[in-house]
Design a protein around this ligand. Structure first.
Ligand SMILES: [Zn+2]
Ligand SMILES: [Zn+2]
Length: 651
């Protein structure tokens, strides 16, 4: 008999093989492909319009693992179509490698043994009502949004919902945006449930991946906590998906296989006919739109857990209180910091800029130090004493021969967190101070550091946006935003939303255990409307207004955006190619094509980038017609096309 076998490679169609074995859709098999043996899956349909005359090869063997579910296959087919990704690459996300795993023995799963301990967590009335809504009609597809203010105990509500699912012997998946720092979350999980979840992200070992993969496919592992890629695990009995911090833009995978894990999670839930819960303090505009259209149900937690109050806000106008030269903190702020420290409050200085200074130049030859591979400034990192590119990782020493004479004499423009650290140290020499950024926290000792922060052994933190992500620091009662810069960059339609989310999440770190807390905004801005949006208890007012702006201008979610990004080493050829391609598809798709334009960051990693933007109706037909045209078009050598459906990043 003939079988269609999809392989985890760049092809968009299954290959035809023969076998006398009894095989069904979803079975894992090993087949010869070229000179290699690869694992694949019996797919649900043969290749369409296959006119090639190849000798049909035989399937080598069937793997002894449970078959991939038909619903999951349907989801992968749709996923490939929606994101313009070859089906083979969609399968690759589900398969662990080129070889599926057979050999894992059951005792390996005992670390994740599911025996729920009894716990006595008393939920508030609001929490109980939310839980009731989550549990209602949860034997079928539905999207529920749990919108709760920061520190309101959203996790407890969905843990209870999860308990319900696990007790029935089913599986559940919790997606988190920043998986590098899950220690605190795992701890919370263990305390509540009494067993360890399986944690899945790109950083875990291959061996661990194999154990989790096979535990998931056999239904032995009940709960997976994971980053984006965990969405593609071949669950046997998945009955609930949770997307925590659903508004977080790091759900968008920007490189390689480009997709939005939150949106794809909703799609998977729909194909598998199971419930999904989106958890957030402030919903994304897309989610808010779906709530308004009543596609998603919503429940709200307005009170903070154990009645802690939200922080107070104060704006410090830097036009009134002049800063001293090479200083970024006003006298007023230093006084306030002192008062908080005396009360034993932890203090956070927030500045979303890593390193010491974002802009370096020589005062003799006036050379600006830019990355040779990317069209952006190099950032000075004082701890390492290097210039670093935040895009490609290019490093260079500070030893620069000047074209005038001797070595360059550097001027550092503006501060990064390292520079703020120096200033804070001068004012508070006896305090323990730490930088909280991806440079200092994504390391092995980060859980040790987290412990110290929680125990208030570190009194002052200097943090980038990493610190805004879901942490619970019980003593943090004072946040100082060093320079709130709300300039709305013209090319980013989500700038206002991004700002609101960032500062809302950041403020939410303060005052979580009931002591009074204050967030100070130092700013040169006269327009404080944005700050009043951030500090408003009811984020729906902002969302409502923002949604109206999007509607008026026909921006997403009211229209579909698809970015086509051309990259190559020859900038002129690139412009030409983009124009040819535009002419080629113009009139053949039902959409507007804008561009070509150079990307705001024209060069990254040595490659130039030119973009087209397609604006069209929200229908899969648009993707299908673009996909067909791309296949027909002959691209010039050295030019690569990347497709980004529903783009978030316009760099
Ligand atoms: Zn670079
Ligand atoms: Zn110089």
């Amino acid at each position: 008999m003939k079988f269609p076998v999809l392989l985890p490679n760049i092809f968009n169609h299954p290959f035809t093989y023969e076998s006398d074995l009894k095989l069904k859709t979803g079975d894992y098999v090993v087949v010869p492909f070229g000179k290699n043996k690869v694992s694949g899956v019996i797919w649900d349909d043969f290749e369409q319009d296959n006119k090639k005359k190849f000798k049909i090869k035989r399937i080598l063997k069937k793997l002894e693992v449970p078959a991939l579910k038909k619903d999951t296959i349907k989801f992968l087919n749709w996923f490939a179509q929606y994101n313009l990704i070859p089906k083979g690459l969609a399968l690759k996300l589900t398969l662990l490698s080129n070889h599926a795993i057979e050999k894992v023995t059951d005792d390996k799963y005992k670390d994740f043994l599911t025996k729920i301990k009894d716990n006595l967590v008393e939920l508030s009335l609001e929490q109980k009502q939310s839980l009731k809504m989550m549990n209602k009609n949860n034997d079928q597809f539905k999207v529920h949004v749990l919108q709760g203010t920061t520190g309101s105990g959203k996790t407890l509500v969905y843990f209870e919902a999860l308990k319900n699912i696990i007790n029935k012997g089913y599986q559940a998946l919790i997606l988190l945006p920043e998986i590098g720092l899950t220690t605190q979350f795992e701890q919370k999980f263990l305390e509540f449930f009494g067993f360890n979840p399986a944690v899945w992200h790109s950083g875990i070992t291959k061996k661990k991946k194999e154990i989790i993969w096979s535990g998931v496919i056999k239904g032995e592992i009940k709960v997976v906590i994971g980053a984006r890629s965990s969405l593609f695990l071949p669950f046997k009995n998945l009955k609930l998906i949770i997307v925590d911090e659903e508004h977080d833009q790091s759900y968008k995978q920007d490189e390689g296989i480009i997709y939005n894990a939150r949106d794809m999670a909703v799609a998977r839930a729909s194909f598998e006919n199971i419930p999904i819960n989106l958890i957030t303090a402030v919903p994304s505009i897309e989610t808010f739109d779906n709530i308004k259209k009543k596609k998603y149900s919503v429940s709200k937690l307005r009170k903070r857990y154990q009645n802690a109050s939200l922080p107070n806000y104060e704006i410090v106008n830097l036009k009134d209180t002049k800063l001293e030269k090479k200083s970024w903190l006003s006298k007023y702020i230093i006084e306030k910091t002192n008062i908080h420290l005396k009360k034993n409050d932890q203090v956070l200085f927030f500045l979303n800029r890593r390193g010491f200074s974002p802009h370096v130049l020589c005062d003799k030859c006036f050379k600006n130090y830019n990355c040779p591979n990317c069209s952006i400034n190099l950032v000075y990192h004082k701890r390492k004493n290097i210039l670093l590119c935040h895009y490609c990782g290019f490093k260079s020493s500070m030893d620069k021969k000047c074209t005038k004479e001797g070595n360059c004499n550097f001027i550092f423009n503006g501060p990064g967190v390292e520079r703020i650290l120096e200033e804070v140290k001068k004012h508070f020499p006896s305090k323990k101070i730490e930088i909280f950024s991806s440079d200092t926290m994504n390391k092995k000792d980060s859980s040790e550091k987290l412990k110290k922060i929680i125990n208030n052994e570190i009194q002052i933190l200097i943090g980038t946006q990493l610190i805004s992500k879901g942490f619970h620091f019980p003593n943090l009662n004072c946040i100082i935003v060093v320079d709130i810069d709300l300039s709305l960059q013209g090319h980013d339609l989500r700038a206002a939303e991004k700002n609101l989310q960032l500062y809302h999440q950041l403020s939410g770190r303060a005052g979580r255990t009931g002591k009074p807390a204050t967030v100070y905004f130092q700013t040169y801005e006269d327009n404080i409307k944005m700050i009043s949006d951030i500090t408003n208890d009811d984020p729906d007012i902002f969302l409502e207004r923002e949604l109206n702006i999007r509607k008026k201008n026909n921006l997403p979610p009211f229209e579909r955006f698809i970015s086509l990004i051309f990259t190559g080493v020859n900038d002129r050829a690139l412009e030409k190619e983009a124009t040819y391609f535009k002419n080629f598809i113009e009139g053949k798709i039902k959409a507007k094509i804008l561009g070509p334009v150079s990307s705001p960051i024209f060069k990254i990693k040595g490659k130039f980038r030119v973009r087209l933007l397609i604006r069209g109706p929200k229908s899969l037909k648009l993707q299908n017609s673009i996909s067909k045209l791309i296949q027909k078009y002959k691209f010039s050598k050295g030019i690569k096309l990347t497709v980004d459906v529903d783009p978030i990043n316009f760099n």
